[in-house]
Design a protein around this ligand. Structure first.
Ligand code: KIV
Length: 277
């Protein structure tokens, strides 16, 4: 935990907990979050200092090749979460409850959250939405499972929205979001993801809450940032929204590397004597 003179950060926190991210908000230290879906990647991201690893249901898009997140099942998410949990020493692992596993009623949500904790070893779960899921969030939190909320563009509701455009641009939706953020805080969420909303609104909501906000396409004033790892690493370059910053160009790197391997196999340059028994 942080001393008075050093705010919490990668070097001085052996294990990130929900309390750590709260401390980081209070100390003004931005929280670095990233999605992960498998053991090898989670291990790398954890060692690189990521505070929160989100096993997002974006696995549906980037791992399974689906158009939306809706097809993911609880069993799919448990599998991805198990792989990620095995790869980490330090990060807080938050796992999405997928579409259709918590919207029905509080008992369904509680059952899904408990399976995620028991079978995957998750540290917390994330649910999308505001008022309609507040009672479920409250029930899950009361059972001892930390919950992260998610407001703004909530991809599980894509067929209600119709597009992936910026949310809460009009005052009525902005006001709804302000109220939902308060409701989620009151229900016991330890943090809230704000996705694709105007930066000024995200700033206002962040200042109004005592719990941290984690932004994606929500400007620089949130308490932390999250990106889909495939986007940050340039693995899926056909998806190019303005909120993504690419920190590597792995699509090109991997395509070139595998092309070289194919050439070496074809020309019998691989394997050579030193690679043979
Ligand atoms: O599923 C996901 O990856 C997410 C992030 C985009 C916040 O929910």
């Amino acid at each position: 935990m942080a001393s008075d003179s050093s705010p919490p950060g990668p070097a001085d926190v052996p294990r990130v907990t929900t309390q750590t991210v709260q401390d980081m908000k209070e100390a003004g230290v931005p929280i670095a979050a990233l999605t992960a879906y498998d053991y090898t990647s989670a291990r790398l991201y954890d060692r690189a200092g990521i505070d929160v690893l989100l096993v997002g249901d974006s696995a549906s898009n980037v791992m399974a090749g689906n158009e939306t997140t809706l097809p993911m099942t609880l069993d799919h998410m448990i599998y991805h979460a198990q792989c990620v949990v095995r790869g980490i020493d330090r990060s807080l692992v938050v796992v999405d409850l997928p579409f259709g596993t918590y919207q029905g009623n509080e008992k369904e949500g509680l059952h899904s959250a408990i399976r995620m904790m028991k079978e995957a070893g998750a540290h917390a779960v994330k649910l999308e939405g505001g008022a309609p899921v507040v009672a479920t969030i409250q029930r899950i939190v009361e059972s001892g499972v930390p919950v992260m909320g998610h407001l703004g563009l909530t991809p599980q509701s894509i067929y209600e929205f119709g597009t992936y455009q910026v949310r809460a641009r009009d005052e009525a939706e902005a006001e709804q979001l302000r109220e939902d953020a308060k409701r989620l805080e009151d229900a016991g969420c330890f943090a809230i993801v704000l996705e694709k909303i105007p930066a000024d609104l995200a700033k206002e909501v962040t200042a109004s809450l005592s719990i941290p906000t984690i932004g994606i396409g929500a400007g620089a004033a949130t308490d932390g940032q999250v990106l889909v790892s495939h986007d940050a690493l340039g693995l899926s370059t056909d998806f190019n929204p303005r909120f993504v910053r690419r920190y590597a160009e792995l699509e090109e790197t991997i395509t070139d590397a595998i092309g070289d391997y194919v050439d070496d196999v074809r020309s019998r340059a691989f394997p050579d004597d030193s690679e043979s028994y």
